[in-house]
Design a protein around this ligand. Structure first.
Ligand SMILES: NC(=O)c1ccc[n+]([C@@H]2O[C@H](COP(=O)([O-])OP(=O)(O)OC[C@H]3O[C@@H](n4cnc5c(N)ncnc54)[C@H](O)[C@@H]3O)[C@@H](O)[C@H]2O)c1
Length: 391
């Protein structure tokens, strides 16, 4: 099937920095490596400064620019709106796009509060009735080793899930002079490590186990209360000036929890773990085995099978790059590993597939709302002396 014979899917992307670059790459690459049922057209990039947006559009491969997202979501040549801005804008943009009949992909955390997330779910439900799809960008679900972990749990390869430990460890704030950016401002980000990276391990635990969190006991900590205001910032790093400002979010979030089967879990999200750059880890211990994953070795899934001969048993190191592993057959020969950006490409593949098939993609806005409720329960618990709190 030639590309021109596929229905066109006009895309508008809002925000073009860290996530905007990752999503642009995914929109560019997905149709080149996967047999997509629609042809994404990178129609419009939205940025607030015309000159900067034009330069970004040229570099990232977008055809035109707008300086107000409201104009972009109303355009006739836009079918899907991809939201890559900080959390304080997600609800307003998503609701407007859905009301205009556009499919929506919104970055995580879906919103900055449960109330915003509930309003987004309402908007998504109304739009769904008219065939409009919505999805949250919990990208790590699309790492092949994570998909395999979910399959193995669902197949019973480790028996019943008894315990989960999940961590998301980074160190880019451990230096007290690392500058203030929007991620340290509650108004913009909703919360700190909790919503930024804790949201990922909440989603991941639920995705891998196929269960939901029922209750939590949480502890939030802010180690550095004031920092230099950023003069420039890109990705997770920037340069601070002489002015200082307050940190209004948590630096680390720790919580114990129970899944709805009653299985206990321990979760930790911190940006203060010196030496850990992007160590998103999950380990699930079941009645007959264990699974372990660490994003710093993202092509590998570790499986321990307790039914193996005890003389030769041990964690099996599965390199998840075989043609019959999830997504990997469209890439390189076995062992020629994938990287961070591939999860975003898989996200586009699954989203476009769902839109073309007239199906609802996952994670849905309902899934995003549930994660928001877990984050909210951790905050309430922490504020109440780490008391056990229902989600
Ligand atoms: N899926 C993941 O793994 C992952 C990783 C990092 C960030 N994120 C999420 O992605 C979102 C964006 O984070 P980021 O790291 O890309 O931030 P960033 O600061 O690098 O980029 C934000 C972009 O939004 C633009 N922007 C802000 N307000 C705008 C407005 N009103 N109109 C138009 N543009 C606007 C900024 O100019 C910038 O281009 C956040 O929700 C974040 O939590 C997800």
């Amino acid at each position: 099937m030639g590309e021109t014979s596929r229905p066109r899917l006009g895309v508008a992307m809002i925000g073009y920095a860290f996530m905007g670059r990752a999503h642009s790459q995914a929109w560019r690459v997905a149709p080149r490596f996967f047999d997509l049922p629609m042809a994404p057209d990178m129609a419009v990039l939205v940025g607030r400064s015309d000159a900067a947006a034009r330069s970004a559009a040229e570099q990232l491969g977008w055809r035109e620019v707008e300086t107000d997202w409201r104009r972009a979501v109303e355009r006739d040549d836009v079918d899907l709106v991809d939201i890559c801005t900080p959390g304080d804008t997600h609800a307003e943009i998503a609701e407007a796009a859905l009301a205009a009949g556009k499919h929506v992909l919104v970055e995580k955390p879906m919103a900055n509060s449960v109330a915003e997330a509930e309003a987004m779910v309402d908007a998504a439900r109304k739009a769904r009735a008219g065939g409009v799809r919505s999805m949250v960008g919990f990208t790590y679900r699309r790492v092949p080793a994570i998909q395999l972990a979910r399959q193995l749990v669902a197949e019973g390869r480790i028996g019943e899930v008894r315990q989960v430990r999940a961590q998301y460890l980074q160190d880019w704030l451990a230096d007290p002079e690392a500058p203030l950016s929007w991620r340290l401002d509650k108004e913009k980000a909703g919360s700190g490590a909790l919503g930024d990276i804790g949201a990922h391990i909440v989603d991941l635990t639920q995705f891998v186990t196929g269960q939901r969190f029922a209750g939590v006991a949480g502890m939030l900590e802010t180690f550095v209360k004031e920092r230099p205001v950023a003069e420039s910032f890109s990705g997770l790093h920037g340069k601070g000036g002489s002015e200082r400002g307050p940190v209004t979010v948590d630096d680390a979030a720790l919580f114990t929890a129970r899944l709805d089967s009653g299985a206990p879990a321990v979760l930790e999200a911190t940006r203060f773990a010196w030496g850990r750059k992007n160590a998103m880890r999950i380990e699930v211990s079941g009645t007959s085995g264990s699974l372990a994953f660490d994003f710093e070795e993202m092509n590998v899934l570790q499986l321990f099978d307790a039914t193996d001969d005890s003389r030769t048993s041990g964690f099996r190191r599965i390199i998840v790059t075989e043609p019959d592993h999830p997504y990997t057959g469209s890439w390189w020969p076995p062992g020629h590993g994938l990287g961070y950006e591939h999860g975003f490409t898989h996200q586009v593949v699954d989203l476009v597939g769902a839109v073309a098939a007239g199906e609802d993609p996952t994670p849905s806005f309902e899934d995003g709302l549930h994660v928001q409720r877990v984050l909210d329960a951790v905050e309430r618990s922490s504020a109440d002396g780490t008391r056990w709190t229902q989600v």
